[in-house]
Design a protein around this ligand. Structure first.
Ligand code: ADP
Ligand code: AMP
Length: 217
C-alpha cells in the first residue's frame, strides 16, 4: 500500500509517518528531510535550496521529483509520501512514476488543522538530533526532560524555518500551490480527510481505521 500524507506545515505528517513506519513497516519518504540532508551535506543542490527553504517558498518541482524518483525507482511498495507532492506538477509526475513502476497510490490522508494551531505546533517543534523523533514543547515533550524517548540522546535541534515569519510564507505556498491537490485527489476518489486537531493518538487511530478498511478491500 502506498499513501500520501497531505496537510499544511505542522499538521502532524511527520509524526504520523514515523508511527506508521514503526507499526506497519512502511517507508517514510519526506522530501523536507531529503532537502535538509542535501543542504547539510553542502552539495551544489543543497546550497541552491537552502535559501528557498528558509524563505518558506517551494523548491523547484524538478529537484523534488528527482529526489523522489531516486528513492522509489528501485521498486518496492509501502511508501508514505510525506510533504510530497506539493504541486499539481509533482502529483502528475508521481502518477506517471507509479504507473511506470507498476505501483498504485492507494490513499491520500488529508490532515486538517486550523491555522492558529499550526503556529503553536511549528514554533514549539523540535526533534532528536540523533534519531529524528519529533517533539513539541507543550504537546509532546519527552517522558524524561532533555532525553530522547527512543534513543536516549540528549541533543535536540530546531529547524531554521520554524518561526512565525517563515511559517506565514509556507502557509501561503500551501494554500496557493498545494491545497488544489485536495480537490484533485477528491475527484480521483482517493481523499480521506482526518481531524488533525485531535491528540496524536486519536489522529493515529483515525488513520489506522482508514488503512485497515483499505486493506480489507
Ligand atoms: P508536519 O510534518 O506536518 O510539518 P510534525 O509531525 O512535525 O508536522 O508536527 C508538528 C509539531 O506538532 C511537532 O512538534 C509535533 O510534536 C506536534 N504535533 C503533531 N501532531 C500533533 C497533534 N495531533 N496534537 C498536538 N501536537 C501535535
Ligand atoms: P517540510 O519539512 O515538509 O516542512 O519542508 C520544508 C521545506 O522544504 C518547505 O518549506 C519547502 O521549501 C521544501 N520542500 C519540502 N518538500 C517539498 C516539495 N515537495 N516541493 C517543494 N518544496 C519542498
Amino acid at each position: 500500500m502506498n499513501i500520501i500524507l497531505l496537510g499544511p506545515p505542522g499538521a502532524g505528517k511527520g509524526t504520523q509517518a514515523r508511527r506508521l513506519v514503526e507499526t506497519r513497516g512502511m517507508v517514510q519518504l519526506s522530501t523536507g528531510d531529503m532537502l535538509r540532508e542535501a543542504r547539510s551535506s553542502g552539495t551544489e543542490m543543497g546550497k541552491k535550496v537552502a535559501e528557498v527553504m528558509d524563505s518558506g517558498n517551494l523548491v523547484t518541482d524538478e529537484i523534488v521529483i528527482g529526489l523522489i524518483e531516486e528513492k522509489i525507482s528501485g521498486g518496492g511498495d509501502g511508501f508514505i509520501f510525506d510533504g510530497f507532492p506539493r504541486t499539481l506538477a509533482q502529483a502528475d509526475a508521481l502518477e506517471e512514476l507509479m504507473n511506470r513502476l507498476g505501483q498504485t497510490l492507494d490513499a491520500v490522508i488529508e490532515l486538517r488543522v486550523d491555522d492558529e494551531a499550526l503556529i503553536d505546533r511549528v514554533t514549539g517543534r523540535y526533534s532528536c538530533a540523533k534519531c529524528g523523533e519529533v517533539y513539541h514543547d507543550r504537546t509532546k515533550p519527552p517522558a524524561k526532560e532533555g532525553v530522547c524517548d527512543l534513543c536516549g540522546s540528549t541533543e535536540f535541534v530546531r529547524r531554521a524555518d520554524d518561526n512565525e515569519e517563515s511559517l506565514r510564507q509556507r502557509l501561503f505556498a500551501y494554500y496557493k500551490q498545494t491545497s488544489p491537490l485536495i480537490g484533485y485527489y477528491h475527484c480521483k476518489g482517493k481523499l480521506h480527510p482526518v481531524d488533525g486537531m485531535a491528540p496524536i493518538e486519536e489522529v493515529a487511530a483515525s488513520i489506522d481505521r482508514i488503512l485497515d478498511s483499505l486493506d480489507r478491500g
